[in-house]
Structures are given as C-alpha cells and as structure tokens.
Design a protein around this ligand. Structure first.
Ligand code: ADP
Ligand code: MG
Length: 548
C-alpha cells in the first residue's frame, strides 16, 4: 500500500539516483493502483512515467458520463484538465491539451475505470535521491489529485455540461451532409483568438458572429436544442472583404471545426466536415511521385507531372501536391486562404494570358479546376480571396465580411462575373507505398520524438510538420509518429493496398479501440491525429518510396 512506498522511499534517501529504478512495478494505494513504468536515469533526463488506475466503483462515474465513445472522450478530457489544475506546482505532469477535445493517452476510461498516465521529475540532490520530496509528490500530491477526480468531488454539473457540449458538436457535424453543408457557424460564436500565440477566445472587443439571413440555417441539437447560424453550402464558397475584416479568422475557425471545442471556447458550435483539409503552398517540401498533372503540364525541364517527384518543390507545385494528396487521402472539402497560397496557382488574369500564351505557361490555375472538382468529384472548396474577382466566375456563394460581419453578396458578385472555360481535372491518383521505405527504427529501436509542433523525428528521419494547420496539439505530433509506425509494422502498408485503403484499415482499428491502439510499448503522451495529417506527414517523409 502507500505506506509501503513511503517506507521504501525513506530507505532510499540519499542513495545514488539510479536506485529509483527499483520502484518499477505496481504499488497498491487502496483506492487506486500506481504503476511505475519508466524511471529516468538521472535528474536531467526526460521525466519518469507512471500510470494510475482508479477502479470504476471508486471513481464513481455514472454510466451517462462514459457509456458512449463521445461522452467517454469528453469525460476523460474533463478529468485530465482537472488533474492538470490540481497538480499545478507539482513535479507531476499530465497532458491536458488546449482548446480541442481529443482522444489522448493521458486519460482513458474503460468500463468506468479511469486510467491516467503522468510524468514525474523524480527529485534529487545532485545525483542522490531526495526521498522526502519524492514522498510528498507520490504519497500526498498524487493521492490528492486522484481524490479530486472522484465523481463526488467534481462539479458534476460542469462535468455533464462538458460532455453535452462535445456531444452537441459531434451531432452537429454528423448533420452537415444531410443539410448539404460543409460547415456551420453558430450565431453568437466568438471566432477571434486572444493573440497569435494564444488560442483562447478574444475578450472584450470581439464581435460575436451573426449569420446573414439568406444563408441562415437552424439545426436541432440533443442538448442545446435549436441553434441558428451560417450554413456554408457544399460547392464553391468564396469569402471576400477588405483587409483586416476577419476573413482569415473565419477560415481558421473552419479549419479547427473538424475538432470539438471545450465549453467557453467560443467555437463550441463551429463545426466543419470531418474530412476538410486546409491547403497551402509549402515551398521546399519533398514530393514523391504525385500526380500534379491537372495543375502543371509541360514543365521547361520536361518532367512528367503525372508522376512528379522533387526534393524541393516550388510554391505552386507544393500547393498542387498538397491538393492531390488531400484528395488521395479521402478529403472532399478544401479550405484555402489567399494569405498562404501561391498566387500563380490560384489565378491568371486576362492581361497576363494575353502576354504569356497557353503553351508557355505550365500552370492551370485552381480557378479553372475548382468547378470540375465539385462537379466530377464532389469536392467542395471554401476559399478566402480578397485580392481578385476571378473567382466570382465560379463561386456558388460569395460571403463578404465587413467589420467582422458576414453578408451574402452572391447576386452582386454574379453580376460582375464573366464566362470561364473549365479545365479538366482528370481522376485523382492512388499510390501504393513501398512498405520498406517507412521505418520507425533508428539504431535498432523505435524512435518517435517531436520538436515542438514543428518536427516529427521518425526513425532516422525528421519530418517537417510545421505547415500542417490541422495538427493542433503537440501530442498529436507523437500520435502521427505512432500511426506511421502502426502502418509500417502491422502490415497495413503491405505493398498492395493503396495508401487510402491502408488509412481506411487504420481508421477501422482506431474506431473500435481509440488512440491507445497506436501506443503499444510507448510510455509517453500522445493524442489522436486525423488520417489527413497522418497521410500528409507520410508524404513529407524523405525516405518515402511509392511502388510502380
Ligand atoms: P483578414 O484576413 O480579412 O485580413 P483577419 O481575419 O486576419 O482579417 O483579422 C484581422 C484582425 O481582426 C485580427 O487581429 C483578428 O483577431 C481581428 N478579428 C477578426 N474577427 C474579429 C471579430 N469577430 N471581432 C473582433 N476582432 C476580430
Ligand atoms: Mg487574411
């Protein structure tokens, strides 16, 4: 029991740091079980890892809090945030996440049993064990934190409201296809964030969202009841408006709308179809045998753009590859912001066409492809474009932001539109990955690490993930690494299945087991990424090879 651990620690006081290793294994605390999983070698190494199991009868969570997968994820998330608050100032660390509610390894609920994973910096005086501090952390702060997670000790109304909020968002997202929408933004939502580095809602000056009547949709949610807001229709939706009027802020909220948000975020009822992918230019990325022929043809180098590889893509070819790969991974909703696109891939005006003739210009601009993409492949696009009217010709709906308020200006834009001849998109390519080219090992063992949200180290390779706008949590970066390892090591990339089929298989496994299906033997923190970010990371892996 906890006495036994306290006594053991006292016996170790002042001993050399390495003796902490003898704590490995299970410790019964009565109310819960502590498992010491990995012990750091010295005080400066990454924190040691421990697990805590609180049995269902002790945790006391009512079935309503965990019986469905959605409520289980929400309640676990609520608990992990509470643990994080209670542990403030402690050497114990728990991975609590930001504004999105993700399936994360730090807290999982199984049949009402609560399972936590934490880190702890085991204390030392130099290289000697500081047992007093260790005892305070493991035998006082940890049990206190566990006590704070019992249903009786919770603000149960807040816990229930948390799960209701998440359940409403999921229900809303599930309604989008029947409503013919790619996204929904509830009236009253607060979209702007506090600053470029804070994802918290803007306070004070924020103008709450108010939908234009002609695009207003009313939905019914299981808990909140009737909610009205802007329905962004399938097809091609253009967002226009003067600089600084809130265009990018709206698009950013749509990017994040593939995830559920915590109560108080301001975007609880801003949801986007789960398959929506933000597209941007990404100069310098590697491309492995991707079909960008719809966008690029007759390069001066003579390269075959139907089977295009480069170690160092230009702005336009990188954006073309990003689109082709998003479609390959199964996305049918693209989100594009002029701020981060390659202009020459987006538009070409009449005067430039007159000067540089068709056969001299390898690029087919997106404006000529966006309609065939919708008509032939049911791919919708939401596009921010304040600097050119070219997209008036192809947009189904045009929304103007003026002082952060959206107006439906479709009719006015249509009056200014010109005829335009579409290009041909062709059929999105499906590649088969060479499984030997995806290897999580470095010097004989698995290596999956991250540097902030910028770099994922996978085996011997560093993958640049900084431009994946919909990777929103550091623990998702690790989740991507674990997903790539699962694809490679569990036969999902078998040299026969297409990449999309491999991702389907992965999704099927995750659907039933949740994120911990990725974590075999991994003691650290990780959270669930989407298949689109898994595919995008794979596509940026410099060792990736694709089968003929
Ligand atoms: P645009 O893309 O149209 O140039 P942004 O979306 O970048 O504009 O927004 C410009 C500024 O306005 C940002 O600092 C943003 O935080 C702020 N902002 C956006 N929407 C709102 C809003 N609804 N209320 C208050 N400020 C907002
Ligand atoms: Mg902008």
């Amino acid at each position: 029991d906890d006495r036994r651990l306290a006594e053991e620690l006292r016996r170790m006081d002042g001993a050399s740091y390495g003796r902490y290793k003898s704590l490995s294994g299970e410790w019964d605390f009565g109310d819960f079980t502590l498992t010491v999983e990995r012990v750091q070698a010295d005080p400066f190494a990454p924190p040691s890892r421990i697990g805590v199991r609180i049995p269902a009868d002790v945790a006391g969570l009512p079935g309503d809090a965990w019986r469905s997968p959605v409520r289980r994820r929400a309640t676990a998330d609520h608990l992990v945030r509470r643990a994080h608050r209670v542990l403030k100032g402690a050497r114990l660390r728990i991975d609590a996440g930001g504004q999105e509610v993700l399936d994360r390894a730090a807290c999982q609920i199984h049949e009402g049993e609560v399972r936590l994973r934490l880190g702890i910096e085991l204390p030392g005086h130099g290289r000697r064990i500081d047992a007093r501090t260790a005892e305070r952390e493991l035998c006082e702060r940890l049990p206190d934190a566990v006590d704070a997670l019992m249903w009786d000790a919770l603000d149960t109304e807040a816990a229930t409201a948390f799960a209701d909020t998440v359940e409403d968002a999921v229900a809303l997202r599930e309604q989008l296809p029947d409503l013919g929408l790619v996204a929904f933004v509830a009236d009253g939502s607060v979209l702007p964030r506090r600053s470029g580095v804070s994802d918290l809602p803007m306070t004070g000056a924020a103008v709450p969202f108010a939908s234009p009547e002609s695009l207003r949709v009313t939905v019914k949610l299981p808990h909140r009841g009737e909610v009205s807001g802007l329905g962004v229709p399938e097809g091609i939706t253009l967002i226009v408006g003067g600089g600084f009027h809130g265009k990018s802020t709206l698009l950013h909220a749509l990017e994040r709308g593939v995830y559920d948000h915590v109560p108080g975020d301001g975007r609880e009822c801003v949801v986007t179809r789960a398959d929506a992918v933000k597209i941007r230019a990404e100069e310098g990325r590697r491309v492995e045998r991707t079909d960008v022929g719809a966008f690029v043809r007759n390069l001066p180098t003579g390269a075959d753009t139907g089977d295009f590889s480069t170690e160092n893509a230009s702005g336009s070819t990188s954006q073309a590859a990003n689109i082709a790969e998003a479609l390959e991974a199964g996305s049918a909703a693209l989100l594009v912001d002029e701020d981060t696109t390659a202009t020459n891939l987006m538009i070409r005006d009449a005067r430039m066409q007159a000067l540089v003739h068709g056969d001299r210009e390898p690029l087919t601009p997106f404006v000529d492809l966006v309609r065939p993409l919708h008509r032939e492949h049911a791919v919708s696009t939401v596009l921010v474009m304040g600097g050119s009217g070219d997209y008036f010709d192809v947009a189904d709906h045009v929304i103007m932001l003026d002082g952060y308020r959206p107006y439906d200006v479709t009719e006015r834009a249509r009056a200014l539109a010109a005829d335009r001849i579409d290009a041909d998109f062709g059929v999105p390519a499906q590649r088969v990955v060479d499984p030997r080219s995806v290897d999580a090992t470095a010097r004989g063992r698995a290596r999956i690490k991250r540097r902030d949200m910028d770099v994922l180290t996978f085996g011997e390779s560093d993958i640049d993930v900084r431009n994946l706008a919909q990777l929103v949590d550091p623990s998702q970066v690790i989740g991507v690494g674990l997903a790539l390892r699962t694809l490679a090591e569990e036969g999902l990339l078998d040299g026969r299945r297409t990449l999309a089929e491999s991702l389907d298989e992965l999704d099927a496994r995750l659907g039933s087991a949740g994120v911990t299906a990725l974590g075999r033997g991994y003691a650290g923190d990780y959270a669930l990424p989407r298949r689109y970010e898994i595919a995008a990371s794979l596509n940026r892996l410099r060792t990736l090879r694709v089968r003929e």
